[in-house]
Design a binder for this molecule. Sequence first.
Ligand SMILES: [Zn+2]
Length: 221
Amino acid sequence: MFIGHFAVAYAAKKATPKTSLGTLLLAAQLPDLLWPVFLLLGLEHAAIAPGSTAVTPLAFTDYPLSHSLLADLGWGLVFAGVYALLKKDTRAALWLCACVISHWVLDAISHRPDMPLYPGGHILVGLGLWNSKLGTVTVEMGMFVAGMAIYLSATRARDRKGVWSFWLLNMLLVIIYFGNLFGPPPPSMTAVAYTGLVGGWLVVIWGAWIDRHRVAAPTSP
Ligand SMILES: [Zn+2]
């Protein structure tokens, strides 16, 4: 899944209003930010194989450290632990842990059966939403719009930047999403890794920037 992960981060802002949107976006896409690093280090492997599924030209050969259920539970706990230590907010840390784990669940719905339960495990899961472009777009865009609506109900802009920075990010994410969906396959896995890393961190930094220009919406009495 791609754009649906961001929807989770947006929606989580309502549950934990004091947590920066940047941190929530980092948690929701943490496995996808670890994956390019492990690819470049040669610890995980993927190949360009157009037709692998209708949605992605990538075949995920093995990615036990970034995308097994057990590893993502571990990453979620580590992320939450670091946050709890730094911010002294256990409740927010638990929400961040849930965001990390949601990544695995949403990927397991999208991918064909290529997601391990634990490193070295032979049981691979995946419900294969990605076999249908229409199904994928319907589910992911539905989630994305719902996530944006929840985020907008939970926050309000402090200034003009708080308005256009949010909408510009969403517009770019949708353009990139459809570009990936209907564009040509990437030139190499190294290119995939670097663009994933740069793009992913840019979204995190952008989210943190948006957060500085928006405040929690007053709750109704
Ligand atoms: Zn992923």
